[in-house]
Unconditional design. Structure first.
Lengths: 114, 116
């Protein structure tokens, strides 16, 4: 069974700092890994998608890496802003008992202090 | 258009009511999903329709019933729900067929369901 863990569960940093969110998964047989952002009570916004054959993806101030063999991904946020405050979820897409499935991590609640 | 549209945004229903949640996408995706998310928890998969074939998370009670009228629409029929079913219900879609280059998931904004 695929298990996805995110550390830390919560993080508060001053505005302007760079930060790293971590995601680990137990089954390396994945198609891809996706990072999402979720604001309170809202749906999920896709931030970055890394295919299983890729090691890195960048979008603006965000950079995500993937090390499939060790079951790890990181999301790097540069020059953090108060608008970055949200919950960040990583999710891996793979086959679980013959069914294709997107499995979510436990989430990191990020607060950027102005 | 990369939108997944869910209606309604909010729903309050009694335990004896029957209601339906709706989800629509026009991206030509062939896989659609229902997820349930409780407060401060990650989304949990309930159902997957892939090329109109249904896969079920066997822990989901039968008072939830999915329907896929066509490849663009996905409904979730609700009947005799319990207060613990109150949650955010999220719909998602991905291109399919499943493989490395076809599994980016797009989510709707969710339906906030309250069962009273």
């Amino acid at each position: 069974k695929q298990e996805v863990t995110q550390i830390p569960a919560a993080l508060s940093v001053p505005e302007g700092e760079n930060l790293v969110l971590n995601c680990s998964f137990t089954d390396s047989a994945i198609y891809n890994l996706q990072w999402f952002r979720q604001d309170p009570g809202k749906g999920l916004t896709s931030l970055l998608l890394i295919q299983s054959s890729q090691r890195e993806q960048t979008s603006g101030r965000l950079n995500a890496s993937l090390d499939k063999s060790s079951g790890r991904s990181t999301l790097y946020i540069a020059a953090s802003q108060p608008g970055d405050s949200a919950t960040y979820l990583c999710a891996v897409f793979g086959v679980v008992f013959g069914n294709e499935k997107l499995t979510f991590g436990t989430g990191t609640r990020l607060t950027i202090i102005p | 258009d990369t939108e997944v549209t869910q209606t309604p945004k909010h729903l309050v229903m009694g335990m004896t009511n029957k209601k339906s949640l709706k989800c629509e996408q026009h991206m030509g995706h062939r896989a659609m999903y229902w997820y349930k998310q409780k407060a401060k928890k990650p989304p949990e998969l309930m159902f997957v329709y892939s090329y109109e074939k249904l896969s079920i998370n066997e822990s989901v009670p039968s008072r939830f019933s999915p329907e896929c009228p066509n490849s663009s629409l996905l409904n979730l029929h609700l009947h005799a729900l319990q207060p613990e079913d109150s949650a955010l219900y999220l719909c998602a879609s991905s291109p399919g067929p499943f493989g490395e280059w076809n599994t980016e998931a797009f989510f709707g904004q969710g339906t906030r369901l309250t069962v009273v």
